[in-house]
Design a binder for this molecule. Structure first.
Ligand code: ADP
Ligand code: ADP
Ligand code: ZN
Length: 222
């Protein structure tokens, strides 16, 4: 099963993705995580991407598509993948179709997590991430057991440099302008589900999981 999870910054894509890949044994492919890893390792690609990420802009399509193509070509992706944060433009969606057909894959489901803008601001400015394992927390909505310490690995939590009010506002604009137009593309493809992400993490996941179980049944029959 090859699944895309999309939605505005802060909607809960990463939070849901972690649960989805566990439940459905999919490989988690997050372009944001890949860029942050490349920045940490100071690779050429990472340094290029950082220029855009710090401003809240999208990294150019040719860079992102190259990174995803390389990742999807690895053997572990044949069985099933959850794409998180990609595609984010119509051009990326079209490029993904080409990459997938080259690799004999297809998109089985697209899940959009919807949350209104005030709530997104609250979520993003309170987001904290483990420096060591990448687990995401929220200072109020999903706090760690011990302040600033990761429940899973004991790592230190930090605030992403692009989670400031100013950059968040720019990212929300970019989403509306560049990513929203992509939704029609998937609606026409008939594999699209929109899910209310304003509820508790577990309630959202219950809906996501029930949708994916249906998709999984249908994928098996074919
Ligand atoms: P995205 O990957 O879409 O940017 P995240 O999964 O990182 O979003 O979530 C953004 C922030 O909101 C994080 O701090 C996370 O802990 C919190 N969060 C995620 N889902 C919910 C939810 N359903 N209710 C409240 N807070 C949430
Ligand atoms: P969020 O879900 O909170 O918006 P991500 O971790 O998915 O954050 O992305 C962080 C940043 O990485 C984005 O603001 C953008 O600059 C860059 N990025 C991630 N995925 C893509 C993509 N598919 N296309 C272009 N830029 C991307
Ligand atoms: Zn951790």
């Amino acid at each position: 099963m090859h699944v895309i999870i999309m939605g505005p910054p802060g909607a809960g894509k990463g939070t849901q993705a972690e649960k989805i890949v566990n439940e459905f044994s999919l490989v988690h492919v997050s372009t944001g995580d890949m860029f942050r890893a490349a920045i940490k390792n100071e690779t050429e690609m990472g340094l290029k991407a950082k220029e855009y990420i710090d401003k809240g802009e999208l990294v150019p399509d040719e860079i992102v598509v190259g990174v995803v193509k390389e990742r999807l070509s690895r053997p572990d992706c044949q069985e099933g993948v959850l794409l998180d944060g990609f595609p984010r433009t119509l051009e990326q969606a079209e490029a993904l179709d080409d990459v997938m057909s080259e690799l004999n894959m297809k998109t089985d489901a697209v899940i959009s997590i919807d949350v209104d803008e005030d709530e997104l601001l609250n979520r993003l400015t309170g987001r904290r991430v483990c420096r060591n394992c990448g687990t995401t927390y929220h200072i109020n909505f999903n706090p760690p057991k011990v302040r600033n310490i990761c429940d899973h690995c004991g790592g230190e939590l930090y605030q992403r440099s692009d989670d400031t009010v100013e950059t968040v506002k720019e990212r929300l604009n970019v989403y509306k302008k560049q990513t929203l137009p992509m939704i029609d593309y998937y609606k026409r493809g008939g594999v699209f589900a929109s899910i209310d992400g304003s509820r508790d993490i577990d309630e959202v996941f219950a809906d996501v999981a029930s949708y994916l179980r249906d998709v999984q049944e249908n994928t098996k029959d074919k």
